[in-house]
Design a protein around this ligand. Structure first.
Ligand code: NIG
Ligand code: FE
Length: 430
């Protein structure tokens, strides 16, 4: 056991003990550097795994990790406000979903049907469907509806083990609605157990009736200052894509965002290889996301600049496109983060489904997928407080499985393997 703070030295602290874990996934395996140069051939792969283990938390923060005997002696479950007997099952860090577009209104299931008949995503967008259609529905929705929609999605995510999620604006495309979306995120986050990380994405599409250059002027001149003024977003993202925003336009948006205190993120090389990865590297972005068409050179640029590649296998699945080449990024020495990309074009809200796709379709090991859904995902949203691990000092965000091994997260693809969700030391789900 490595803890130093027995419960009786914190008489006011609310204690949580999770014990008798057959497997406790603590975090990434120690390497020369925390996020890279891992021995991926070892049995546990890139994860540190303890058997017959437990952890204790006080006031929502992990204070001790060790053998179940030691931890329960030091922190008796009968004295803890939250005591969870894992009964020999696996316990993993809460999932971190670092890329979603979860605040919107309307339904696009008919576009799914059109895509199945062979229509492409870009054709739908060019006809005023896709993102532009969701923008119309979102502008027309009431605040109450937007909040209820987002809350319902967060409920599904939490029940499936996601304890931290990034949510982007981007279905407003005017200053008033973009702010309304960020306010919705703020309000809903306030009353929900999930930690929500807000991203401003006014440059998600060119609104109907405008030219890209002129619209970028509005994003930079009106939206970024308003968002910064309200201190209502942490990141600024852009859809760097052919027929959307080119590299120069994307750079203008992200530089304006950075000057206003918003850390850059980039939707890069999703449908075409346009240069979003190199831009992300130049600007020191937190992440470059999608990367279906990224090359070895792009992977090397991201790794050298410490930009986290975020792969979104559910998007490729839904679009029927070839998956991103996860191995290229790992071989370049980068971490690989995973996310749902939940949006009306990719109706995937669970990181369990993402881990299934990441293993079966992208060739990651179950351990690499879990690491990508936890610790490495936290790097993509600049969390350095231990989020995505169960190490001492980390937020006590954990998922108890109804299975003996974390492999069930990827292996079980028709239903959830989640038994109990814990957020900052409190049982919150399912
Ligand atoms: O990440 N690629 C751009 N944005 C979303 C799709 C949004 C939509 O189609 O509504 C994405 O896949
Ligand atoms: Fe996206």
């Amino acid at each position: 056991m490595t803890g130093t703070s027995p419960a009786d030295s914190h008489p006011d602290g609310s204690t949580c003990v999770v014990y008798d874990a057959g497997q406790l996934i603590v975090g990434p395996a120690a390497g020369p550097d925390d996020s890279r140069a891992i021995d991926r051939e070892s049995d546990d792969g890139p994860l540190e795994i303890r058997e017959d283990a437990a952890f204790a938390a006080i006031d929502g923060e992990v204070v001790a990790v060790g053998s179940s005997d030691e931890i329960t002696r030091e922190y008796p479950p009968e004295n803890a406000e939250t005591a969870i007997d894992a009964a020999g099952n696996a316990v993993v860090p809460g999932f971190v979903d670092p890329h979603t577009h979860a605040v919107f209104a309307g339904d696009r299931s008919d576009e799914f049907a059109a895509k199945l008949r062979g229509k492409s995503y870009q054709e739908i967008l060019a006809e005023g469907g896709g993102i532009l259609r969701t923008v119309r529905a979102t502008r027309n929705a009431s605040d109450a509806d937007l909040r209820a929609n987002l809350r319902a999605h967060l409920d599904v995510m939490l029940a499936s083990g996601t304890t931290t999620v990034e949510v982007k604006s981007g279905y407003g495309l005017d200053v008033e609605t973009e702010l309304r979306l960020l306010e919705t995120i703020d309000r809903v986050a306030d009353g929900h157990p999930i930690d929500v990380v807000p991203t401003f994405m006014g440059a998600h599409a060119v609104p109907e009736g405008r030219e890209a250059d002129e619209y970028v002027g509005r994003v930079v001149g009106e939206q970024v200052p308003a968002v910064a003024d309200q201190e209502i977003a942490e990141f600024c993202d852009v859809f760097c894509e052919a027929d959307v925003f080119d590299v120069a336009q994307s750079r203008r948006v992200l530089e304006a965002g950075a000057a206003a205190g918003l850390t850059p993120k980039v939707h890069a090389e999703e449908f075409t290889r346009l240069g979003g990865s190199q831009l992300a590297a130049d600007l020191g972005a937190a992440s470059a996301d999608h990367l279906l068409h990224a090359t070895e050179e792009d992977a090397a640029a991201l790794a050298a600049a410490d930009v986290v590649p975020v792969l979104l296998p559910a998007t490729a699945f839904g679009l029927g496109e070839a998956y991103a080449d996860a191995r290229t990024f790992l071989e370049a020495g980068a971490p690989v983060a995973l996310a749902t990309d939940f949006n009306p074009n990719c109706h995937a809200r669970t990181m369990e489904f993402v881990q299934t796709l990441a293993t079966v379709e992208m060739g990651l090991t179950p351990a690499e997928a879990l690491r990508g859904a936890t610790h490495d995902a936290s790097l993509a949203i600049d969390r350095d407080d231990g989020t995505g691990t169960l190490r001492e000092g980390a937020p006590a965000d954990a998922v108890v499985l109804e299975a003996p091994s974390f492999v069930h997260l990827a292996y079980r693809f028709d239903s959830s393997a989640v038994d109990t969700v814990i957020k900052t030391g409190v049982e919150v789900g399912p």
